[in-house]
Ligand binder design. Structure first.
Ligand code: ATP
Ligand code: PRP
Length: 205
């Protein structure tokens, strides 16, 4: 049996067609049900649909053999216990620093609001900039506007959310897209099955 963990939300709609092209389908009744473990058209493959940030956790601990998650989530989680095998090229955006003006970054101790606390800390440490990182779970763009922080670290795609809130993109930290990861132990014990799936997906990208 192979278990694949998918991120619900934005990535899911773009992931299902990729899996379908590789030969894996989930019936609408399964997708629309309240079940957490979904059957597929294949007897030996199950799918779990969970929050994006939980995907690397399930894969690291072997509760799922394969996972699909954004590089933002994977960077934040760290590479422990999982291998990144494929860039799926979907849900592309950038992890960036943004603020009301570049002057805001000129601080002895920079206050940074973000849900990406590890990525933000690593980035500013690598530049030798002291920072205080304030963890938020959403609406990061609000933080500099109401004086909670000097800047934010968040995902930027069209830039519309920044613009609508009077922020400008400043430093580019990483290019983000969704990646396929596998549990490092499963990669050995289920090597052939996993390789076949990875190849089938890659061939249809
Ligand atoms: P959760 O609700 O579980 O905390 P989330 O709100 O981050 O997660 P989504 O908004 O569905 O979940 O985003 C899932 C992934 O999609 C992100 O991890 C990122 O890789 C990608 N993503 C997020 N925002 C954008 C965007 N504006 N453009 C392109 N890709 C994005
Ligand atoms: C993401 C991200 C930004 C926005 C950027 O939010 O956190 O707020 O997209 O996209 P843009 O540059 O095209 O405006 P999302 O829509 O996923 O909402 P959430 O953070 O509340 O989940």
């Amino acid at each position: 049996m192979l278990t694949i963990a998918l991120s619900k939300g934005r990535i899911l709609n773009q992931t299902l067609p990729l899996l379908k092209k590789a030969g894996l389908e989930i019936a609408n009744e399964e997708l629309n049900s309240r079940k957490l473990i979904l059957d597929t058209n294949l007897d030996d493959v199950k799918v779990i649909i969970i929050r994006a940030t939980d995907v690397p956790v399930f894969v690291q601990h072997g509760a799922a053999d394969i996972g699909i998650a954004g590089k933002d989530v994977l960077l934040e989680h760290g590479a422990n216990g999982l291998f990144e095998l494929l860039d799926l090229g979907i849900a592309k955006c950038k992890l960036m620093v943004a603020a009301t003006s570049d002057k805001q970054l000129e601080q002895n101790i920079l206050k940074v609001a973000t849900k990406y606390v590890n990525s933000a800390r690593n980035y500013f440490e690598s530049k030798g900039q002291s920072c205080e990182v304030i963890k938020l779970y959403g609406a990061m763009e609000l933080a500099p506007v109401v004086g909670l922080s000097h800047c934010i670290v968040d995902l930027v795609d069209t830039g519309n959310t920044l613009k609508a809130n009077g922020l400008i993109p400043l430093d580019h930290i990483e290019n983000i897209s969704s990646r396929l990861v596998v549990n490092s132990a499963s990669f050995k014990t289920k090597n052939l099955q996993i390789k076949n799936w990875v190849e089938a997906i890659e061939d249809n990208l």
